[in-house]
Design a protein around this ligand. Structure first.
Ligand SMILES: Nc1ncnc2c1ncn2[C@@H]1O[C@H](COP(=O)(O)OP(=O)(O)OP(=O)(O)O)[C@@H](O)[C@H]1O
Length: 444
């Protein structure tokens, strides 16, 4: 017995004397963005500190290793790094601290405050890349999430756990729409990821949503366009991780990611810098795999958990709705809202193009009367919009097509249903009543 004990003690002593693996290396190659250093144990996603000539130091994320060397993508492109500079591994690359302290706060990709408050201190460690869930164990999407926007609640009803794209060109009212949802939803928690937007816009947007009645249950993660692509992707992961954390606590979370396209651009920048082959519109294969990975993290939770209802804004450059990001996202999302420039030009806001938009879960979560009324509204809008040019030319004569006549006669009421000022809230029961009243269903 005593021999075994002394053997064990000796073993422990040896272990204590063994050299700990070096957690630092020296810069060998640097092209202004990607850095290679002598290898040390660090998996992709780990954060390292790199010494700079001016003594400030910068951070980089390990994106891989090759021939025994670590490759880092820097969060400060063009930093003054010299050959042989020291690279040291830091903690905190893979996890983030979560807790109630995040609510009512605006933070950056690293979890540092962008508002006037102190660093929000969480008490639970959560992986930034998310926790893998058994898809079969997830709850179904079977109840309505009230987003407070009449046309969405009534004609494109969103379910708790649904993932929806907002596809739009520039300046057609995306930001105002997400501001309305953020302020008016009845979700328990709202998480907004502002990724790669203009800094001025970020400030204005945060100012608006953090003054609403939902501000106390809202967390914003913001990284403007001028920051490194790495930070932009980190912010998207952090926002999703925060939503996952609150879902695991049984909360129904509304996650808004503005924009998925800028996340794709960030991934493209990193992929190209690492030598990936560009495909359509310069997007690299890693972009196509990143989009489903990010979107699949949202959705309903496991039994006893809450849900993440997610909206991803997708920029249709030049109003091209066949963009690869639009295509990839549309295939995996459970619905999309297309914002129409034509409708915005007519001054009808929110400029949601009803015939082109779809909520794939609506029929599972609303009653039959509501479904019929929404379908009728869709037909009337489509009829009116398709024949509008003819009417403007004076070629429309009533009495030739009863469906078109009905759409024309109802147009002022349809417009009233769609139009909603920024500061107006339209709860789900009221929105449902409005569409049933318009389409002649029983309101009951
Ligand atoms: N519900 C609304 N009621 C009245 N006006 C609106 C509404 N929604 C949008 N607008 C008008 O549309 C303009 C553009 O909206 P917004 O800034 O949301 O567009 P965007 O698509 O986010 O633009 P960008 O692509 O530049 O970020 C607003 O300044 C406002 O005049």
């Amino acid at each position: 017995m005593s021999a075994l004990l002394s053997q064990l003690t000796a073993g422990l002593d040896d272990l204590a004397k063994a050299p700990t693996p070096a957690m630092s290396g020296k810069v060998l190659r640097y092209d202004g963005l990607i850095l290679e250093c002598t290898g040390f144990p660090a998996s992709p996603g780990a954060i390292c500190h790199v010494e700079t000539e001016d003594g400030e130091g910068v951070h980089g994320e390990v994106v891989g290793f090759r021939d025994g060397r670590n490759m880092l993508f820097l969060d400060t492109p063009g930093a003054r790094i010299v050959c042989g500079a020291k690279v040291t591994r830091k903690d905190g690359g893979h996890n983030a601290m979560m807790g109630e302290a995040l609510l009512g706060r605006v933070i950056d990709a690293e979890g540092q405050p962008l508002d006037d408050g102190s660093v929000p201190v969480g008490d639970v460690k959560w992986p930034l890349a998310g926790k893998v869930q058994n898809p079969l164990a997830r709850q179904p999407v079977d109840s309505v999430l009230d987003v407070g926007v009449r046309i969405i609640n009534s004609a494109l009803t969103v379910g708790r756990g649904q993932r929806v794209g907002i596809i739009a060109g520039s300046g057609v009212g995306k930001s105002v729409l997400i501001e309305m949802m953020t302020k008016n939803t009845n979700a328990d928690i709202v998480v907004v990821g502002l990724i790669g937007e203009r800094a001025r816009e970020v400030g204005a947007f945060v100012g608006h949503i953090m003054n609403g009645e939902n501000a106390h249950k809202t967390c914003v993660v913001a990284v403007p366009a001028d920051r490194s692509p790495l930070l932009r992707l980190r912010a998207a992961n952090r926002a999703t991780a925060i939503a996952e954390y609150f879902r695991s606590k049984g909360k129904d979370v509304l996650l808004i990611m503005d924009s998925l396209t800028r996340c794709a651009h960030a991934r493209r920048e990193i992929g190209l810098a690492l030598g990936e082959q560009p495909t359509a519109k310069g997007y690299t294969p890693s972009v196509v795999s990143m989009i489903p990975t990010l979107i699949e993290r949202a959705g309903p939770g496991l039994k006893g958990e809450g849900s993440i209802t997610a909206f991803y804004t997708i920029l249709a450059d030049g109003d091209d709705t066949n963009d690869p990001v639009v295509d990839t996202a549309r295939a995996i999302l459970d619905g999309h809202l297309v914002l129409s420039r034509k409708q915005a030009q007519m001054g009808i806001y929110p400029a949601i193009d009803i015939p082109q938009s779809v909520s794939r879960v609506m029929n599972d979560i609303v009653d039959k009367d509501h479904q019929r009324a929404a379908l009728k509204l869709r037909r009337m809008v489509s009829m009116y919009m398709d024949n509008r040019d003819m009417m403007l030319m004076g070629a429309y004569t009533p009495g030739q097509d009863p469906e078109l006549d009905e759409a024309v006669n109802n147009w002022p009421r349809i417009k009233n249903l769609i139009q909603q000022p920024v500061d107006e809230k339209s709860p789900f029961p009221e929105s449902r009543k409005a569409v049933l009243a318009l389409s002649g269903g029983s309101i009951g």
